[in-house]
Design a protein around this ligand. Structure first.
Ligand code: CO
Length: 183
């Protein structure tokens, strides 16, 4: 039975290590298959759209991803030993991380990527996409290299600060009449 593992947060040393490559043989170990099942369970429980093994304190090059939309090209997938095959374009995207709870920021991301790697049985797979899917692939591969989005983010802020900013912007753009006439 899969179970929800503890997600480690910024400050935990495993998040800063370069994760180890997985050998094909390791994927035949039931404990490795259990890890993958547990990663899905943990990602869905959080809930999140991606999770890398170092986030559950396992320094291996494995991540799970599922955008939770109706497009089957957006997951669920597990990718072992991922590599970028192609990267294109650049944009700043709003970013957040289960290992950095309560914060958001904007990170520079390629607009389009193709990633190759293995599935959970060691078969070759290739994932390609843009927008949120491309962003998510890059975010998870960063985790495998010991990188957190806040290392390169701008405008890092708490979710509470973001809500206050959004409310202030809404107030500027759509001022409430009573507020304007109150004295
Ligand atoms: Co993350």
């Amino acid at each position: 039975m899969p179970y929800v593992r503890e997600i480690v947060v910024d400050g935990h040393p495993t998040l800063r290590k370069v994760a180890k490559k997985v050998h094909a043989q390791e994927l035949r170990d039931p404990l490795m298959q259990q890890l993958i099942d547990d990663m899905f369970e943990t990602m869905y429980d959080a809930p999140g759209i991606g999770l890398a093994a170092p986030q559950v304190n396992v320094s291996k090059r494995i991540f799970t991803i599922d955008l939770h939309d109706d497009d089957p090209t957006h997951g669920p997938f597990v990718v072992v030993n991922p590599k970028f095959e192609r990267t294109e374009g650049e944009e700043w995207r709003r970013d957040g991380c289960l290992s950095v709870p309560g914060y958001v920021g904007e990170s520079p991301r390629f607009t389009h990527v193709a990633v190759t790697g293995w599935d959970r049985f060691g078969e070759k797979i290739r994932l390609e996409g843009d927008g949120l899917f491309a962003h998510c692939l890059q975010h998870e591969i960063d985790h495998l290299n010991g990188v957190l989005y806040l290392d390169k983010a701008r405008n890092l802020r708490t979710l509470a600060e973001e809500e206050a900013e959004d409310a202030a912007r809404e107030e500027r753009e759509h001022p409430v009449e009573e507020a304007a006439s109150a004295s």
